[in-house]
Design a protein around this ligand. Structure first.
Ligand code: 5GP
Length: 194
């Protein structure tokens, strides 16, 4: 069986990755979105095992120690990582797998899975990103400041990625992403000319 495909989606928080991923999954139900482990506390409405595996710092450290994570990084004071085994199994089964992770993790994936497609989602501008982060009202001021400073660093690294998509129009960004992830690989046979 053919090996599956691995896509890594990265971009500053507030850029709209979550919405893009949600729409992608609605349109491509077979796409597997990796569920990360994190030491962050659940936000309102987040479900353990579905949005993240919410774990203690000790448990996270044990996972790192055991080599259970394909990549991991610290982000805005919390640790985040991708469980390795599920990803490897899904890829072996020929599935399409999507990771939605930050910059440091995406850099690690380049080393462990060089064949992965790494896509960076850019905001129309940093001002617009700040506006979006504040308007979603999810985080305290200090957390917003940390996320903004990290966003500047991440945007500066966008060129390291295989592809960049500017999320100024959601539908346009989604369709670019779909074209990258699901290229038309089998063209119809040309009509025979006798
Ligand atoms: P949030 O706290 O907003 O859910 O996520 C914060 C950041 O962590 C986002 O940029 C998200 O993409 C990233 N992230 C989520 N899961 C992982 C992971 O498994 N590994 C890495 N490296 N980053 C992750």
């Amino acid at each position: 069986m053919a090996q599956g495909t691995l896509t890594v989606l990265t971009g500053p928080s507030g850029v709209g990755k979550g919405t893009l991923v949600k729409l992608l999954r609605e349109r491509h139900p077979n796409l597997y979105l990796s569920v990360s482990a994190t030491t962050r506390s659940p936000r309102e409405g987040e479900i353990d095992g579905q949005d993240y595996f919410f774990v203690s710092r000790d448990r996270f450290a044990a996972m790192v120690e055991a080599g259970d994570l394909l990549e991991w990084a610290e982000f805005a004071g919390n640790c985040y990582g991708t469980p390795r085994q599920t990803i490897v199994e899904r890829l072996d089964r020929g599935e399409h797998v999507l990771l939605e992770i930050e910059l440091e993790g995406a850099r690690q994936v380049k080393n462990t899975f060089p064949e992965a497609l790494r896509v960076f989602v850019l905001p129309p501008s940093l001002d617009e990103l700040e506006r979006r982060l504040r308007s979603r009202g999810q985080d305290a001021e200090a957390a917003i400041e940390r996320r903004l400073s990290r966003a500047r660093e991440e945007v500066a690294a966008a060129a390291e990625f295989d592809r960049q998509i500017v999320n100024d129009d959601l539908e346009a960004a989604l369709s670019k992403l779909e074209t990258l992830m699901f290229p038309i690989s089998v063209l119809p046979e040309p009509a025979s000319v006798d």
